[in-house]
Design a protein around this ligand. Sequence first.
Ligand SMILES: *Cc1c(COP(=O)(O)O)cnc(C)c1O
Length: 404
Amino acid sequence: MYEALGVVPVINGFGTATRVSGSLMPEPVIAAMREASGSYVLIDELLASAGRRIAQLTRNDAAYICSSATAGLVLATAACISGDDPAVMAAFPHPGTVAGVPTKVVIHRCERFSYDFSVRSTGISFVEIGPTREESLRGVRTSPDELARVLDGSVAAVLMVPNGPHTYGALPIGEVVTIAHAHGVPVIVDAASQIPAVENLWHFSGHGGPAPWAHALHAAGVTKSAPESVAGLGVDLAIFSGGKGLCGPAPTGLLLGRPDLIDSITRQGSPNPLIGRPMKVGKEEICGIVAAVEWYLATDFTALARRYEADVRTVIDGVDGIRGVVATRVWPSESGQPMARALVTFGPEAPLTRDRMQVRLMGNRPRIAVWNEGDDGFHVNPQTLRPGEAAVIADVLRRILRSA
Ligand SMILES: *Cc1c(COP(=O)(O)O)cnc(C)c1O
């Protein structure tokens, strides 16, 4: 099909980004989707049962399946604004036309990001607190008072986007929950790319539980110790991409958390003709994401942690000894996930520049996609590599550098 369309596939060293098509679905997910495609069902019934199954698997009280994490941002915000009020549900994207409705969302300045457009599309405006990204990277932190001061009756929710070192200036999620709940304000966490760690499924909005990823990192020799378990942080709604770490269908997202908010989301979601109607998932995606969560929870995480480390090592070794090129193992991932990547930088002595190398990688067969870092480097993320692809990347890099 790709060949027929004249599209050349890539080896994805970039990561689980939508632009590079997310992740690859394992066979059980494809089988579930194929099976689902064979009969008609009532979508309300399927969504409700699949939601219950996902909630049970992830140790949450309730769950809803939508078309992406960004759809989850829209729906979570909408539910925090409207609660169960049908007049407000009907008023989106102008909820402020209903008297007394909260239309502000608090966000840390360092956590503003491109997808916050989805939150604003409900008609809210942001109230920003804390340091900028740059200040955050320099170690500036948010004071708890700053959050408490802005939490009045006009605030519908606090949005948290834990997403790497530039967000470390935000208050810790547990502290935000304590302060926000004391003011009667719910907390949303955009955890779209926070898999791994698998335990995040129950850490933010769930009841807590075991810590398989922390244990896997320990067993693989990556960390010195691992906690016995993780606690639930009391977050009201946590959002995950279905098509990133979970390897479900790209057009899926999970909303996990408070049953009354999930109920509000269900009423505003497809097939009902309200704000969530364009964010629909079909029976194939619904069954696919249930199968993906089941499949992912059964992963041999220690083997996965070892594979990530080995792939990073393979890429680094590939460019070893080439003048002007330095490859190192860096931690955490671009989204702050507890996993390593390979960072390759091209100094003035290097046989070619980073930009020239990137053109060569895209022109290569197989094509190779990598994540740019600054002006002179790129990352290779092992999360989206298939077996043997790290070695292919290493070979291609070496060959291009030697011949440049
Ligand atoms: C990837 C990502 C998203 C978007 O996820 P989709 O499922 O593709 O909509 C949203 N927020 C964050 C923090 C992300 O990393």
